[in-house]
Structure formats: structure tokens, C-alpha cells
Design a binder for this molecule. Structure first.
Ligand code: NAP
Length: 293
């Protein structure tokens, strides 16, 4: 069994990006600039945004954090988005989700300039992804592809089962694993909360990508020998033995499933760190594309 070490691979990717940024500086070019908008004080969201800003510093990018209060109106947020769309110094930006109830998330995501949409959530970019066109692939699916690629995990002709159909992970993952090329060429089954007899489906899978957010959902008796496991789940579970009072748990019963798996991602240290690395990669791509325009 091989651990798909997202911590290591993400550090490799960050080193590669740092090298590119150093070359850009040496050529006298502007370095990539990522902005993040956060609305409200949700603890997990603040943690995620904080790690994105730190990751920018690590690779030599510029970053801007836009903090807006939890009472921000939709109009105020849309004005801020317009400002970022028009700011030629910013290559890409993200709007940290979830947004407060008074704001229509769809409206906000549609307002983001697709050329700066480094999260790859805009319908234009999602459509391009589905049509195999050059675009921004959402960071988490992009990170999973990169892990499979760098470890040389065979995907062609395999049966990939994706659990969860969210717009940010499950749905794009199902499209990407079924597209032509590597990683891809899989026969894909997309499952969700209405799927009947899920064990019957998962036990036939060569590759399982689990993104549902239910701790220890995927058990050893649900998978076959030599399965490849990608655990996207990140759930905070109360744990008094930890300083923070919680621990991070994936969707997979790692201890038992890893005994049957050929490759498996740990949680933490698997898909999570890859997501941030690929957000940086998308920002670098955005910067290069803007320069060519
Ligand atoms: P989500 O929006 O929370 O949706 C969960 C999906 O799981 C839905 O499609 C739901 O089906 C499905 N589901 C729920 N219970 C199920 C069951 N018993 N059997 C089969 N499917 C079931 O999904 P998400 O935003 O992708 O998040 C999923 C997990 O990934 C969360 O733990 C999240 O924190 C984590 N995550 C991690 C990263 C990372 O960087 N590692 C990035 C994003 C998300 P329905 O559609 O029918 O409701």
C-alpha cells in the first residue's frame, strides 16, 4: 500500500512555483497576485483563507485579503467584486464560501470575471472544463488529478466511483475522470444521497473518490482489494485530547480500508494541502495568461 502524500507533493509544487516566481522577478516582471474575499467570521473559513494567504507568502506571490463584515449586503459584495475585476494588478481572486444568508451565492459567482476565477467555479470555466478546453480546473479536483499523475496511478479503463456530487468536488471530479487522456479514461459512476445499494457499487470500484463529509463512512467491507482511495472529506470531530478541542476526520475508515488499498490519501495530509497548492498554480496560470493578452 502506498500513501498518496499530499503534504509532500504540495510542497514540491510550491517549490516549483517559487522557482518560477524567482525567474519572473529576475526578468523584472510583476509577480502573481491573489486576492481573497471573506465575508463574516466563520472559524473554519478564516482558517482556510489564512492558510491561502500564508501559502502566497511561501511562494513569493502578492496577496490581498478583503475582510467584510457578516452584515455585508449583496450589493456591497458585488461592488467589491467589480473593483477586483477592474484591478489590473490582481491576477485572480476567490470568494470564500459559504456566504451569509442575505447574499445569493450564485449571483456572486456569476459576477466574478472568468479570467480571474482561479477557483474555477464560474459556469464559463466549468463549461470549458467539461468540453476539454483550457481553463481553470477547480482546485480540489485539480489537486486530485495531480496526485494521481505524480504517483502514476493508472486510471484508464478503470471503474471510478465518486461519492458526492457537489459543484466544487464530486461533479467536476466525475467529469474529469471520464474525459479523454491521463488522468482520465475511466468509466465513472457518480453517487449521492439518493443512490441505492451504494456498497454494491463501491465494492466494484477500482478507484473511489469520496467527497461527502461523513466521518468514517467508507468501511473496509465496502471496498475490494487493491482499490485506490481518495478521501476528500474534512470534518471537525470533537476531541478533548486535542488542544483545539477537535480533530480532522476524513470520509474513510483509514485504519481498516488502508489494509485493502493499493493507494490511499490520509486525512489530514492528503487532498487538503493539494487544494491550496493548485489554487497557487491557477493563480500563476492566470498571471501568465494576463501577460500574454
Ligand atoms: P457537499 O456540498 O457537502 O455535499 C455532500 C455530497 O455528499 C452531496 O452530493 C450529497 O448528496 C452526498 N451525500 C451525503 N450523504 C451521502 C450518503 N450517505 N451517500 C452518498 N452520498 C451522500 O460536498 P463538498 O462541498 O464536496 O464537501 C464534501 C466533503 O469534502 C466535506 O467534508 C468538505 O469539508 C470536504 N472538502 C474538502 C476539500 C479539500 O480541500 N480537501 C475541499 C472541498 C470540500 P446529495 O447531493 O444527494 O445531497
Amino acid at each position: 500500500m502506498t500513501i498518496l502524500d499530499g503534504k509532500k507533493v504540495s510542497n514540491d509544487i510550491k517549490d516549483e512555483i517559487t522557482e518560477q516566481v524567482t525567474k519572473m522577478k529576475a526578468r523584472g516582471e510583476r509577480v502573481p497576485h491573489l486576492a481573497a474575499i471573506i465575508v463574516g467570521n466563520d472559524g473554519a473559513s478564516l482558517t482556510y483563507v489564512g492558510s491561502k494567504v500564508r501559502a502566497c507568502e511561501r511562494v513569493g506571490f502578492e496577496s490581498t485579503l478583503v475582510k467584510m463584515s457578516s452584515t455585508t449586503s449583496e450589493v456591497e459584495l458585488l461592488d467589491k467584486i467589480k473593483e477586483l475585476n477592474n484591478n489590473s494588478q490582481i491576477d485572480g481572486y476567490i470568494v470564500q464560501l459559504p456566504l451569509p444568508d442575505q447574499i445569493d451565492t450564485q449571483k456572486v459567482l456569476l459576477a466574478v470575471n472568468p479570467d480571474k476565477d482561479v477557483d474555477g467555479f464560474h459556469p464559463t470555466n466549468f463549461g470549458k472544463m467539461a468540453l476539454d478546453m483550457t481553463t481553470f480546473i477547480p482546485a480540489t479536483p485539480f489537486g486530485i488529478l495531480e496526485l494521481l499523475d505524480r504517483y502514476g496511478v493508472e486510471t484508464s479503463g478503470k471503474h471510478t466511483v465518486v461519492i458526492g456530487r457537489s459543484h466544487i468536488v464530486g461533479r467536476p471530479m466525475s467529469i474529469l475522470m471520464g474525459r479523454k487522456g491521463f488522468p482520465g479514461n475511466s468509466t465513472v459512476t457518480l453517487t449521492h444521497s439518493h443512490t441505492k445499494n451504494i456498497t454494491q457499487i463501491t465494492s466494484q470500484a477500482d478507484i473511489i473518490i469520496s467527497a461527502l463529509g461523513v466521518p468514517n463512512f467508507l468501511k473496509a467491507e465496502m471496498v475490494k482489494d487493491d482499490v485506490v482511495i481518495i478521501d476528500v472529506g474534512i470534518t471537525r470531530v470533537a476531541d478533548d485530547t486535542k488542544e483545539k478541542g477537535y480533530r480532522i476526520t476524513g470520509d474513510v475508515d483509514f485504519v481498516n480500508v488502508s489494509k485493502k488499498a493499493s493507494y490511499i490519501t490520509p486525512v489530514p495530509g492528503g487532498v487538503g494541502p493539494m487544494t491550496i497548492a493548485m489554487l497557487l498554480k491557477n493563480t500563476l496560470l492566470a498571471c501568465e495568461r494576463h501577460r500574454k493578452k
